[in-house]
Design a protein around this ligand. Structure first.
Ligand SMILES: [Zn+2]
Length: 145
């Protein structure tokens, strides 16, 4: 079921995110996600992305454009959140650390599968794997506390 995506969001991500060179890829990722029944909106109120399952007309990926160390991180973040969407809505809002870690790993596994669909992004796969490892490490560190 294809959802009604705000067509200006691709523009916004390319301009504000300094990703003009990846416009075609971003467009293709948006189409893929929209076709699976998920929308994408931007967020500036906090520096993390997430899937919002609470909207009445279906899930929305809230993509962080507030702060990213590198523009390409926005694309990795988008693929990761899409991975969370593909993993499905969590059974409970309060996951323990192990459950949360398992969800993070699963979301990245889905993202890995998406990455290979985009040859242009595969050229950046080293940067992707660095970002992926850094994200997972923040969860591991949290678990150790
Ligand atoms: Zn995540």
């Amino acid at each position: 079921m294809e959802v009604k995506q705000n067509p200006r969001t691709v523009d916004e991500v390319c301009k504000k995110g300094q990703l003009e060179e990846h416009r075609d890829t971003i467009k293709a990722i948006f189409t893929l996600i929209n076709e699976k029944g998920c929308k994408i909106a931007t967020r500036y109120e906090r520096p993390t992305s997430s899937v919002d399952w609470s909207a009445a007309d279906g899930p929305i990926i809230r993509l962080n454009l507030l702060s990213n160390k590198e523009p390409i991180h926005i694309i990795w973040s988008l693929l990761h959140e899409y991975g969370h969407f593909l993993s499905g809505k969590p059974a409970t809002a309060r996951l323990d650390d192990d459950q949360q870690m398992a969800r993070e790993v699963l979301a990245w596994e889905h993202a890995d599968q998406q990455l290979i669909e985009f040859p242009e992004l595969c050229e950046c796969r080293q940067a992707y794997h660095q970002y992926r490892a850094a994200c997972l490490k923040t969860y591991e560190d949290k678990r150790k506390m």
